[in-house]
Design a binder for this molecule. Structure first.
Ligand code: TRP
Length: 361
């Protein structure tokens, strides 16, 4: 069986370091591993509209931001099909059929949807489209016959639902769809990178993000104001690593080999941690190392972004070509689905003959 990746992001803002360590960096590695036959990365504008119906302009403006972020981290349109969800209308039709295979109570139990309903104040009245987005996500995945979906842990319930839909569809209509596997980040620090304020998640609405498109100066400023250990008042005090952002970020960004390039005062990241905990290492020292580590990773991303920014129409062209390509693949799956459901009436000569016979007098 072919190995195929599909994943994507809602274009509601610029992408940040949480996206980077949680998924983007991995996607580029997977792309360059040569292990996958096809890779699709989707800008999920239709899904973004399910909770931004009154603000389509926000989504419209952020298509290019996300596209630039993708290209600048190293997604290569020669290897990866980058496309826009709404430009593949086949996905909507698939979702309409899948909705019949899912119960309302099943979606109500989805913990990610539950959290979002609370966050958006949808408790009193949930838009139907929003409620159905997990089903539409199953279309996104199955339309491309994806075997592998690299995403963050909050997306686990969606992949689980997709698997259920696939099983149910194949059971009812015959084997047609491919059951996908989730691919989670391997490192705990990457699973959910905290915001610079120490809150559980980096999130635009909390204003605690470092963006991939931030300048070196902005990154340094944000690192310098990062939440550390509130009990570590004097350099000589023993420090604590729990919830200490610069250390969590170092775990996410810095292997032991990388560490040696950025710091010669400590023999290893572990040595820095030990000495910090014992007392005698200031937060400023840790932050300085982190700034240097981040710069090494972000400088090439920034440079690539600057190149693509010079020709925005060319970026839209990449998205147009990707969307055309994606549409062909999704249309082929939709054909299979219609055939399996036997709603391909005009291709079904037997049906036509059989119906004609019924009416022969
Ligand atoms: N739900 C994802 C997010 O919020 C975006 C998304 C839409 C997606 N369809 C998908 C991710 C299919 C993986 C597979 O970022």
């Amino acid at each position: 069986m072919e190995k195929i990746i599909l994943t994507g992001d809602r274009p509601t803002g610029k992408l940040h370091l949480g996206h980077y360590v949680g998924s983007l960096r991995r996607r580029v590695e997977l792309q360059n591993s040569g292990e996958y036959d096809k890779i699709f990365v989707m800008i999920a504008d239709a899904q973004a509209l399910t909770d931004n119906a009154d603000n389509p302009e926000k989504i419209r403006q952020n298509i290019i931001e996300v596209a630039l972020d993708y290209l600048s981290v190293g997604l290569d349109p020669a290897k990866t099909t980058i496309f826009i969800q709404s430009q593949v209308p086949e996905l909507t039709e698939l979702a309409f059929y899948y909705m019949n295979l899912v119960t309302v109570s099943r979606v109500q139990r989805n913990p990610t949807v539950k959290t979002e309903i609370k966050m958006r104040n949808f408790e009193a009245s949930i838009p139907v489209g929003f409620f159905c987005y997990p089903v539409s996500q199953a279309s996104d995945i199955t339309a491309f016959r994806a075997t592998t979906v690299p995403v963050g842990e909050d997306q686990e319930p969606m992949i689980e639902l997709t698997r259920e839909i696939v099983n149910r569809f194949n059971h009812v209509y015959g084997p047609t769809l491919v059951e996908p596997e989730i691919l989670l980040p391997s490192n705990a620090a990457c699973l959910r990178l905290p915001g610079t304020d120490g809150k559980a998640k980096m999130s635009k609405s909390l204003g605690n993000c470092i963006y991939l498109s931030d300048t070196a100066k902005e990154v340094a400023k944000k690192v310098k104001s990062m939440y550390t250990d509130p009990l570590h008042l004097n350099i000589s005090d023993p420090g604590h690593l729990e919830g200490n952002c610069p250390f969590i970020y170092l775990d996410a960004f810095c292997s032991e080999e990388t560490f040696a390039r950025h710091c010669s005062d400590f023999s290893s990241l572990q040595d820095l941690k030990d000495k910090y905990c014992a007392g005698g290492v200031g937060d400023g020292t840790v932050k300085k190392i982190l700034i240097s580590v981040l710069e090494e990773e972000l400088a090439p991303i920034r440079a690539r972004r600057a190149e693509y920014e010079k020709d925005i129409p060319a970026v839209f062209d990449i998205l147009r070509k990707g969307s055309e390509e994606a549409r062909k693949v999704a249309a082929a799956t939709l054909d299979d689905v219609r055939r399996a459901m036997r709603i391909n009436y005009f291709e079904d000569a037997d049906l036509i003959a059989e119906q004609a016979k019924k009416y022969v007098k």
